[in-house]
Design a protein around this ligand. Structure first.
Ligand code: ADP
Ligand code: MG
Length: 360
């Protein structure tokens, strides 16, 4: 019997706090039922052989092989794995630990490019499986940070730390209230006896690749900080921002981020006091801010949100994840989630010609 090691990481849905993580702000993600599972069988040499089940577009397997230490950027899914072995090797060597070659197989039911962090779930499950296989001392927060570096330094997506922290740390029934600058967090219990949370994938995948709208928004935030003379947008509140002078586009971007940070704190207070109406209102305000100020929504996502919030049993709904496609999250009165989702999906499919799916 071969020595195999298995680990999994769930996808995440962000309840509120969007595009705040790369601004040193606050976020509130929770986990979804879908997950990525990685099995690893160590080898005696330096070869890495990886396979991933089901290419969603072609229905075939993805396979790749390379040598540890010879990782090269390919602009494909393989970069997430090569980035992991490259950075984890460097990290572990500095601690007097090391990796060997291995065979790895990846299975996942998280839709890719849908704002539910299939990429972070892949990085985190793989890094955790490598930790088990090679008895490494890296901890869960260090794994999250390494996952972010894989995307930033190897894949070329300038993502913040939220996805990796959520995929590494979150469990069902709680949200992670994370300060992305201090990397400190609190676990906030979600009262799922009182509400249903639904996640609907619009069927339109986003492109978080280098050079996309996501990286452009990051650059706009950096530009706004420069003009405001601050280090990060977390350092300014909505009232202070109002009195500043910025070009219109930069003002809109900054206003989204600073008001969104405030909404995360308000949402945590609403969850703690069981005020679901307030929480729903914050969801809707967040969506409007992403749509009008940050301009990362698309008409299909707006349709999903609008269909949800016109139902009187829905407290609120919003785009979740980076945007430009992806998914929405909504909260409804207890016992109403499935009915609302079914009705919304049927009408959305009819209206847009796209195919939405219910994930949670
Ligand atoms: P998201 O993280 O929102 O799903 P990203 O664009 O950040 O979207 O990441 C999606 C990419 O991650 C895919 O295009 C693919 O390269 C890679 N990926 C995710 N899951 C898997 C998997 N199970 N097998 C292979 N590659 C995967
Ligand atoms: Mg991702």
């Amino acid at each position: 019997m071969k020595n195999t090691f298995a680990e999994k990481a769930h996808g995440r849905v962000n309840l509120i706090g969007e595009h705040t993580d790369y601004n040193g702000g606050w976020v509130l993600p929770t986990s979804i039922p879908q997950f990525t599972h990685v099995t690893i069988t160590p080898r005696a040499d330096k070869t890495v052989k990886i396979s991933s089940s089901a290419d969603p577009k072609k229905g075939d397997r993805r396979e790749f092989s390379y040598q540890l230490g010879a990782e090269k950027h390919t602009d494909t899914w393989v970069d997430y794995v090569q980035g992991a072995t490259k950075l984890l090797s460097e990290f572990s060597t500095a601690r007097g630990e090391s990796l060997q070659g291995f065979d790895a197989h990846i299975e996942s039911n998280i839709p890719e490019g849908s704002g539910l962090s299939s990429s972070a779930a892949l990085e985190i499950s793989l890094l955790k499986a490598l930790r088990s296989a090679f008895k490494l001392s890296i901890n869960d927060v260090e794994i999250a940070r390494l996952g972010q570096r894989i995307e930033n330094e190897f894949v070329g997506a300038r993502v913040g730390i939220m996805d990796q922290m959520a995929c590494s740390l979150a469990t069902a029934g709680e949200a992670i209230f994370l300060d992305t600058k201090a990397l400190t967090f609190e676990r906030i219990a979600l009262d799922l006896e009182e509400m249903d949370m639904i996640v609907i994938n619009s069927g339109i995948s986003h492109r978080l690749s280098a050079g996309g709208g996501y990286n452009q928004r990051r650059a706009e935030c950096e530009e706004a900080c420069k003009m405001l003379g601050i280090k990060e947008l977390r350092d300014i509140n909505p009232v202070e921002l109002k009195h500043k002078d910025l070009p219109q586009i930069l003002m809109k971007r900054a206003r989204h981020v600073v008001t969104e940070n405030a909404r995360v704190f308000d949402a945590v207070a609403a969850i703690r006091s069981g005020d679901l109406k307030r929480l729903g209102k914050l969801f809707v305000e967040s969506h409007v801010s992403m749509r009008d100020d940050y301009e990362v929504s698309i008409p299909e996502i707006d349709t999903l949100v609008d269909l949800c919030i016109k139902d009187p049993q829905v407290y609120g709904a919003r785009l979740t994840g980076g945007g430009f496609g992806g998914s929405i999250v909504a909260i409804t009165k207890k016992g109403e989630g499935q009915r609302v989702a079914k009705a919304v999906i049927a009408e959305y499919n009819k209206k847009t010609g796209s195919t939405a799916t219910l994930l949670a």
